[in-house]
Design a protein around this ligand. Sequence first.
Ligand SMILES: *Cc1c(COP(=O)(O)O)cnc(C)c1O
Length: 222
Amino acid sequence: MSNELAIRLRDLKAELNHATLVAVSKYSPVEDVIEAYSYGQIDFGENRVSELKAKSETFEANKLSNVRWHFIGGLQTNKVKELLKIPNLWGIHSVGSKKIVEELIKREHEFDGPELKLFFQLNTSHEEEKSGFETIEELKKSIDLINSLKNSKLKVFGLMTMGAIRTEDFVASAIMSFRELKNSREKLEMKDLKLSMGMSQDYKIALSEGADFIRVGSLIFK
Ligand SMILES: *Cc1c(COP(=O)(O)O)cnc(C)c1O
């Protein structure tokens, strides 16, 4: 197992160009995450607050403090406080509604780090079960709200999306979703926003469409 994990990480990193690999560790026990960390991987993504909390506590206990945790899952308002308290939380990729934005603002004081990067999730595949903002107008209001705060640690940092799940042609759907994300950035006229897009099955497409962050799980942690 060990060598294989190191090789998979190395091969994937060779493809990244400028992009950052978020290794999605949600399927894996913390031992595997620590092993990946020992190979130099520091960015990890989790989609459940309780699981992220448990893993981050193990990292803390072992003084593995260069880690950068990325929350990538659906977020409920009643979990925001617990999430913000997690040591070495680096960013949230799944900020998907005004309600969550308001809760983040309300609970910001719980966050102990220097800055919390926020990626706003857009539902570009328009599948019903996907969360995220549905329109640019809606998204713009939340971005403006955060940008209007004084001395806030909440940083408007990027946009996030996922390709369609139910599709005849996942390549075409992924391209469509990723281009829509890029177009949204243009419409917002915020060219510094980073793009978080691409998972195991479509990360190559995402990279060629200009992803700044890819979130890859099953391909790394088999
Ligand atoms: C699970 C998950 C990933 C990683 O998916 P894989 O197909 O295992 O690479 C990426 N992004 C989000 C939001 C996820 O929930």
